[in-house]
Design a protein around this ligand. Structure first.
Ligand SMILES: Nc1ncnc2c1ncn2[C@@H]1O[C@H](COP(=O)(O)OP(=O)(O)O)[C@@H](O)[C@H]1O
Ligand SMILES: [Mg+2]
Length: 254
């Protein structure tokens, strides 16, 4: 059985792609078979963290347009993890990137695509790669794709910043997730400035959303300097941001 985890936020720039890639890397290092799929087709990004440039071929777009089976768009990036930490035997990590070609992005915006095909792709990928975990990096806000990914998820990780706009938007998303019957919902608060009382924040989250906070991640100059150039939690394992991410990965692994 594949555990499907969607990483979502109501607003952009919260840290979805950095969190998704680092969580996936830890799960693979622990011995799980994992894939990350970039469904942020309008503004892809997670490929950057795995060292891909804008010229990559074999993308989610190619699958959605019927050019190839989805597993052909899955790039083995296990060596990216292995470059920094040991990977337990059997662990593997694949990335299905979204195209960075201007023409491809324009085509998606112009023509859209069939969300049912995306759903079939999730299922085919899980089966073909015998995945333990499928992590879905999403476009911010609520749209047809994110509603689909939320609907089929075993776990929804909702990321927010300590910001009133994020708080309101997250309330809406939590509401939607409950209506859609998501089995497990965790909040992750990212970019928390120094001096914030973490216990107090956790209590506020529980009171506001009735959901558990799986991680409180600090706003970090080092993460900014990393500039999505690699998997920060692997290269800086002792950093508080990294420790929080690892904690979430351990919880997902169970
Ligand atoms: N805890 C943090 N502290 C500082 N900068 C962060 C932190 N988390 C993420 N960032 C930065 O915020 C930006 C957006 O992160 P990203 O993971 O791309 O978010 P999203 O996918 O939600 O748009 C990136 O420049 C990233 O380096
Ligand atoms: Mg992103």
């Amino acid at each position: 059985m594949t555990t499907v985890v969607s990483i979502h936020s109501f607003r952009g720039g919260t840290g979805k792609s950095n969190s998704t890639s680092n969580l996936a890397a830890h799960l693979a290092a622990m011995g799980a078979r994992v894939a990350v799929i970039d469904t942020d087709i309008q503004s892809p990004g997670v490929h950057v963290l795995f060292g891909f440039d804008e010229h990559m071929d074999n993308t989610l777009n190619d699958y959605l347009w019927g050019k190839m089976p989805i597993e052909q768009a899955a790039h083995d990036v296990t060596d990216r993890v292995r470059a920094s930490i040991d990977v337990v035997d059997g662990g593997a990590l694949y990335l299905v990137p979204s195209s960075m070609k201007a023409g491809d992005i324009a085509r998606v915006l112009r023509e859209g695509y069939d969300v049912g095909t995306l759903n079939d792709g999730f299922r085919d990928l899980a089966r073909a790669l015998q995945l333990d975990f499928l992590l879905i990096d999403t476009h911010p806000g609520l749209n047809e794709e994110t509603l689909l990914s939320i609907t089929i998820s075993d776990v929804l990780l909702l990321i927010l910043r300590p910001d009133r706009q994020d708080f309101q938007g997250t309330a809406v998303t939590v509401d939607v997730a409950r209506k859609l019957g998501v089995p497990t919902l965790y909040l992750m608060v990212n970019k928390v400035p120094r001096g914030v009382d973490v216990d107090d924040l956790r209590e506020q989250m529980t009171a506001a959303y009735g959901a558990e906070t799986a991680a409180i991640l600090p706003l970090s100059e080092e993460v900014v300097q990393n500039a999505s150039s690699g998997l920060f939690s692997l290269t800086q394992p002792d950093h508080p941001w990294s420790q929080q991410i690892r904690g979430v990965a351990e919880r997902l692994k169970g």
